[in-house]
Design a binder for this molecule. Sequence first.
Ligand code: GLA
Length: 832
Amino acid sequence: MIDVSDGVFRLTTRTTSLWFRVTAHGHLEEVHYGVRLPLDQDPQALAIKRTAEIGSSIAYDEADPFYCLDNIPLEWSGTGCGDYRRSPIEVVGADGIRATDFRYRGHRLTPGAAESETLPGARAGQSEASKTAGTDGTRETSAPDRRGDATAPEDETADEAVQTLVVELVDEAARLELALEYIVFPATDVIARRTRLTNRGEQPVSIRRLDSMMMDLPDRAFRLLTLHGGWIKETHLEDRPLSYGLAVNSSTTGASSNRNNPGFLLAEGRADETRGRVFGFNLVYSGNHAGTVERSPHDLVRVTLGVNPEGFDWRLAPGETFETPQAVMTFAADGLGGVSRHFHDFVNRHIVRGDWRGRARPVVYNNWEATFFDFTAGKLLKLARQAKQLGAELFVMDDGWFGRRDSDRAGLGDYSVNRRKFPDGLPRFADQIRGLGLDFGIWMEPEMVNQDSDLYRAHPDWAITTPGRQARLGRHQLVLDLTRPEVRDHIVDQVSHIIDTTGASYVKWDFNRNLTDLYSPGLAGRPGPGLDDPGPAASRQGEFAHRYILGLYDLLRRIFGPRPQVLLESCASGGNRFDLGMLCFSPQIWSSDDTDPVERLAIQGGLSLLYPPSAMGAHVSEAPHQQTLRDTPLTTRFNVAAFGCLGYELDLKLLSRVERAEIREQIAFYKAHRMTLQYGRHHRTDRDTGAKANKVVWTMVAQDGSEAVTGLFQTLTQASEGFDRLPVDGLDPQTRYHIATRPQSLFVHRFGGLVKHILPVTLNPDGRIMTTVDHQYRLTDCVEEYDAYGAALADGIALANQFMGSNYNEHTRLLGDFGSSLYLTTRVGEKN
Ligand code: GLA
């Protein structure tokens, strides 16, 4: 809800309020962002006071000496008028002048969410999804269990209440108009923001920086939480106190990056998972981004977020408008978990669109780690047959099916099937997969080209290079110039043809190197949309990185817009482009090439700060792991992957009989509870809120509260470990539940040399007899069951003892290093 009265803008969501007002000098002053306030709260009680002159500050107007921009919490600022904090805008006029000072001119309120023509953004109504997919989340070929479907996120009844506010600011001297857009999504507690700058002068101007949002918050001893990493170690949480000066969270790689995810959180001093005020910010953008947080000398904390200004230079001709990507923000008073749940609901309701919005994600089998490039149709069909027997629903054929793609040195760009591997062609192979009762999915990397490819030989100039310089290769490949329309047209034709001729219902769209050598001949004088007045040849090269991303969105819109039935899984060497921009097209994203479950606790745990499990690709793979050589139990590999979109990517023919049985049971459990696991309300329980230091506890509570799945993960075991409790967060305290361990296999090899003590004969634990026994025989890990009220579950129920080196019986929990269990909580009674 948006109320504008007495010069105060009051934006209200279910639990939050954002208030700002116009000052006597026409600037927008931040009054409050945080807990929801009654509309009749006096803003003066909250506004920062101006009752003294602060030393060494600059008066905006000599007649009003206490009015100094540097000391006012603002919603927007310019440059050159005495605000020395980071400016969200830098524009250079034809005369070289850089000063800007934007002041209020008017505002507009409209129902619904304003949309952009070039950039993806959050949407208000999502009725198109329910029209095409139905409300039960099912598909014809692999209908998930109905009971699970009942827990899909409810459709937002408050959708009508989504509103857009546009505040118009103007700088008369620079002849620039600036529109600040706010879209209020009341039910999910998110406010989306972007800016639009219009040149009303007679000369072009150069935009060096234009952020999507800016705001100033009073400091609360903030900590800054960011997600940083690299290949196979994405989205590790970095939590640090916010000190004076500028903190920057940015990317320059051409992608949103695995180095620094665009999203970040500001948490008040002692906030933890369940307590304290926390602010969350993210950007609907897949390219170079920069988020900054600056604590001023008087403890105002400025937050900006937008396209990274590094290397950015956009020439704005008279009459033209530049629009930024959308930034989104939320606030919660119930800790980090509160912010995460706001963002999860927001992504599921307003970012993901098309047939797959709110719909159960299929269980995938992907051949990559089993075969790499070394496969034929016959080999894949064998794997597919076994995958089907285990319960998989979608077979994904990964890299290596096209051109001369037998390694990563050749073939990218040539998407015609390799006849040696597929003598009967691809459509026939796809039919054979479907004949097994599986959906067919396919891998492509459409933005890239190998020099050893027919495409490169035909169009060497389509690859990004800088004239006079040697092009740099990454994974032996170059990037195609998506700023050029003819390159995009070619990719659209190529990808559409593959989807249409194979009937693929899933595409894994990969992006395996970062951008370098930024230059396009297409930006050197060629007229085109938005380029009517191109200017001198070199003048538009600073637009390249942003135009590349606009080109990418154009591709995705043209290919997948008319094919909403296709489930797109974006991938960028794992999570090198895990962002809200990609999620507007790709309902799920491959989180990381690292499938080691212990690493995934950090990766998926970090991602869960900002993104829901329905968006995270998570697979069970071999152990020892191909990325870490760590040996982990099959049960833990599943238990972690279950908190995402489940898949398997190990060599199925190497599985023992008992491992197959375990996987069959895993998939059956996942299917029965996947709407809870993918779309439930996520709770992380950390050591501040009840878990031990060597434990990770995650709970997903069904949207209707009928069930919950909790994962208890042990990292390193401790000898004679103290008593364990299992806290289950997010349930109704007054309601009765039944909680039970998911029965899981305990393989004989877990006992190591101890087996010889219980056998009448001495056997080598690594010998042939014991290996045969291990492949044929399994125990069931300790199963516990209790009835408990939600209040008791939140407190933590006491669990059976872990193995302590003394005796073992069926009541012993055998976790060891990297052990884990899942617990299913089911509602049995009404509220007391
Ligand atoms: C990337 C992806 C992997 C796989 C390979 C294929 O590394 O992240 O999952 O698809 O490419 O080359």
